[in-house]
Design a protein. Structure first.
Length: 116
């Protein structure tokens, strides 16, 4: 009989960081998947080259501080900050500390939940 899917998960920041570096072709370290949910840990170094994504996403700053550019305005962020980015929205992190890391949660259908 095949193993049943996990009903719970626990991954510490230290465990997620230890999974790095990100695999080729990915900017972040994959941490967990369930249904449409994909969880990654993103720790850019130097600059943030990311492009708009095809799913909605949530960031939670795990450590460090920086500036979040949402395509129009810039917002100071630090550990504990929550950010939502709709699918297709330009965004990036700027002026971030050397220890900067964010949890990233991609979810929902391609094109985002707010379509229609």
């Amino acid at each position: 009989m095949a193993d049943a899917p996990a009903r719970t998960a626990h991954v510490s920041l230290a465990e997620a960081l230890a999974k790095g570096p990100p695999p080729a072709g990915n900017l972040a370290i994959p941490v967990f998947e369930h249904g449409s949910l994909e969880v990654e840990l993103y720790a850019p170094r130097g600059h943030d080259p990311q492009k708009p994504h095809d799913c909605d996403e949530v960031y939670v700053v795990a450590r460090g501080r920086g500036v979040f550019f949402d395509g129009t305005a810039r917002h100071a962020v630090e550990a504990g900050a929550f950010l939502f980015v709709a699918a297709g929205q330009i965004h990036r992190f700027e002026e971030f500390s050397d220890d900067f890391a964010v949890w990233v949660f991609f979810y929902g259908p391609r094109g985002g939940e707010g379509r229609g």
